[in-house]
Design a protein around this ligand. Structure first.
Ligand SMILES: C[S@@+](CC[C@H](N)C(=O)[O-])C[C@H]1O[C@@H](n2cnc3c(N)ncnc32)[C@H](O)[C@@H]1O
Length: 269
């Protein structure tokens, strides 16, 4: 079953998928599962610091936007823009690669869990540096995330797909300019339901709505995901998972490779 409503299917017919932002297809229900985690929100707010004006690029439904500052959001997907709460700051339809703002329009540009979706990373980061004096970027290191039990042991196809699209951290830092890089650990009760969020709550991955809210699942071959999830279901039922991953149950948080990159936009030529 596709899980799409009649209205969504009609929208698909009017706007062929190839012409639409990917998140118009995979972003349905995002904000129900992807609830910003308060601990990450505090860390990101701290990184934004004493800025007055903030641009949030690839803003999605508005997660992690500082509520006490003048924020402008940019987001290409209408499905994602429609999930912004009524109280959220204004959101412009646009792409990182071509930001509709003058040079130095903002104190800070933030980009959270979005750079791996951009069609031209270099152009997008160049735009970030052009329109803002500082940057706050959240991405993840596949050298660490590739070790996650779900992808390593159940759905390796996800890891292969992720390696093809997630920029290497060193490359990201090179393109941004001098950056301070810090770890963003994932507590066991993390609320933002991306792929590694449920590392100690494995039954969550059996829920199709959880998988739909995460592009790593949505963009991987559906048969491979179904096979891995069936295997996980069996291992949960017969106790194999609990035996194999018992040490995880003693941990309060893990490093799944998420990194915060902050810095001053290098002076442009
Ligand atoms: C995983 S979501 C993250 C959304 C939000 N920043 C958050 O933390 O919840 C990735 C977002 O990047 C957006 N995106 C994809 N391509 C983009 C591009 N070229 N420029 C800007 N945003 C883009 C998607 O539409 C999607 O909303």
């Amino acid at each position: 079953m596709s899980g799409r409503t009649l209205a969504e299917r009609r929208h698909d017919q009017r706007h062929p998928p190839a012409a639409r932002p990917v998140y118009d297809r995979i972003g349905v229900g995002y904000s129900h599962v992807r609830r910003p985690d308060p601990r990450w929100a505090a860390t990101i707010r701290h990184a934004v610091g004493d800025a007055r004006t903030v641009l949030n690029v690839g803003a999605g439904s508005g997660a992690y936007e500082p509520v006490d500052l003048a924020v402008t959001a940019v987001e290409p997907s209408a499905v994602m823009r429609a999930q912004r709460p009524p109280s959220a700051p204004p959101c412009v339809a646009g792409r990182a690669e071509d930001l509709p703002f003058d040079d130095d329009s903002f104190d800070v540009a933030m980009a959270v869990l979005t750079v791996h979706h951009w069609s031209d990373l270099e152009a997008g980061l160049g735009e970030l540096r052009r329109v803002a004096r500082r940057f706050v970027v959240v991405s993840y290191d596949m050298a660490v995330q590739g070790q996650f039990w779900l992808t390593r042991d159940y759905i390796p196809e996800i890891e292969q797909a992720e390696r093809a699209r997630v920029p290497e951290l060193a490359h990201l830092a090179d393109l941004l300019g001098p950056a301070e890089i810090s770890d963003l650990p994932i507590p066991a009760d993390f609320t933002d339901g991306f792929m590694t969020a449920f590392w100690r709550r494995p039954a969550a991955y059996l829920d199709e709505q959880v998988r739909r809210a995460c592009s790593a699942f949505a963009l991987t071959d559906a048969a491979a995901v179904a096979r891995g999830i069936d295997q996980l279901r069996g291992d949960l039922d017969d106790g194999t998972w609990a035996d194999r991953y018992a040490p995880l149950l003693d941990l309060d948080q893990i490093d799944a490779g998420f990194r915060l990159l902050t810095g001053v936009s290098p002076r442009r030529e």
